[in-house]
Design a protein around this ligand. Structure first.
Ligand code: UD1
Ligand code: UDP
Length: 374
């Protein structure tokens, strides 16, 4: 069986690594990693291949940056001849980035089966580019691997046949559990600058937070205020770095700006932070797994299980609420959480078993019509 994995942006890499390994363990001999080139800086791409042990990509489409249609189209144009030439039996796509939807569209048009890892998540906010990517990818995929039960409910509500949906758990957590001990070995080298539980970790990259000057400045002002009580470390995403530069924003005081970090350093800082302030999808999940309080600067989340079971709190874009929540945590009143079902480090194993056993094929060929009664 010939399997392609299509990845391109930072959060894809943590997801593909355990799936690749699990398929290898199950004896799948032909696996090809296709990098779309959506992310290309060494600290947004190459470092993850090294640290997560992903084989170097066999193919790099070098699609690069651009508007959404430009980037999506560049990936499609680059990917089509590869699929035609190499004729994979199954193409696995990950998460909700433009690389995910672009590869799915190519496969759907060529009649090549697609498996979507991290299917079914919904923010119900179509102003988020990722929500469009999720809806389109899920409607076209042949096998849908969900990380949480809300994913199954969303897919069934949209008329996806039950037989195509496989609740497998969260592959992001597979990577975290696999590498956490190694990551924590990095901490002593960081400890001099970041004392245990005496700093907050910040990441921001959503266009809705950083692309508008007024919103960006409101958030930065709040971070500066928070840093009076709790120093902050802020590894800056390239989109945000550009926006900070073009808005002429300065962040000094006790906010330490850094380049994007590798996975191991980032995980170590995440584990030992007093709290995390973020708009990332994956980091909402990782903090729930690590038991670290997470304040999410978004109005909604496609990962509601991190709110209902985990340590995540949505603060929206209300900076007073953000500051209040930080104060609660500093007073020792952090939200406690527990692990959602199947966030146990074995999600990739379940995906691989489903693929190797052929269960996904039976399901996808026997249920072409939406089964609305389920
Ligand atoms: C993308 C994903 C987002 C994901 C994020 C993870 C889409 C629609 N968005 O957002 O869901 O949460 O990745 O990090 O797919 N840039 C660089 N170097 C790089 C990559 C990007 O400088 O290696 C700059 C470019 O100027 C680019 C901008 O960052 O225009 C944005 O990159 P892009 O991939 O379009 O979107 P992200 O904001 O990274
Ligand atoms: N991450 C990292 N270095 C950083 C910031 C994040 O390794 O400087 C990791 C983080 O641990 C998580 C993933 O990147 O595994 C999340 O990716 P990102 O926030 O870029 O995308 P999203 O999950 O929002 O789509």
């Amino acid at each position: 069986m010939k399997i392609f994995h299509v990845v391109g942006a930072r959060p894809n890499f943590m997801k593909v690594a355990p799936v690749y390994r699990a398929l290898e363990r199950q004896g799948v001999s032909s696996q090809t990693v296709v990098h779309t080139g959506q992310h290309y800086d060494a600290n947004m791409s190459e470092v993850f291949f090294r640290e997560l042990g992903i084989p170097r990509p066999d193919i790099n489409l070098r699609a690069g940056s651009g508007s959404h249609p430009q980037q999506t189209a560049a990936i499609m144009v680059g990917f089509e001849p590869v699929v035609l030439k190499r004729a994979p039996d199954l193409v696995l796509v990950y998460g909700d980035v433009n690389s995910t939807v672009a590869a799915t569209l190519v496969c759907a048009k060529l009649g090549v089966p697609v498996g979507h890892v991290e299917a079914g998540l919904r923010s119900f906010d179509r102003s988020m580019p990722e929500e469009i990517n999720r809806i389109v990818t899920d409607s076209l995929a042949d096998a849908l691997f969900t990380p949480s039960e809300d994913g199954n409910e969303n897919l069934m509500r949209e008329g996806i046949p039950k037989g195509k949906i496989f609740f497998v758990g969260n592959v992001m957590i597979d990577s975290l559990l696999h590498l956490l001990l190694l990551a924590l070995e990095r901490y002593p080298a960081l400890a001099e600058r970041f004392a245990l539980r005496e700093y907050g970790l910040v990441t921001l990259h959503r266009p809705s937070n950083v692309d508008n000057d007024e919103t960006l400045f409101k958030i930065l002002d709040a971070l500066l205020e928070i840093s009076v009580d709790l120093p902050l470390v802020f590894p800056v995403h390239p989109r945000t770095r550009q926006r900070l530069a073009s808005a002429g924003a300065q962040l000094d005081g006790r906010v330490t700006l850094a380049e994007p970090l590798g996975y191991l350093d980032f995980l170590a800082l995440e584990q030992y932070a007093k709290l995390v302030i973020t708009d990332s999808g994956g980091i909402q999940e990782e903090t729930t797994c690590l038991g670290v309080p997470c304040l999410t600067v978004r109005e909604n989340t496609e990962r509601p299980v991190t709110l209902s079971m985990g340590t995540n709190v949505l603060v929206g874009r209300d900076m007073d609420r953000l500051k209040q929540q930080v104060a609660c945590i500093l007073r020792g009143e952090a939200k406690k959480g527990k692990l959602p079902p199947l966030w146990d480090g074995k999600a990739a194993e379940r995906i691989s078993q489903t693929i190797v056993s052929g269960a996904w094929r039976t399901a996808s060929s026997s249920s072409k019509m939406p089964c609305l009664s389920t």
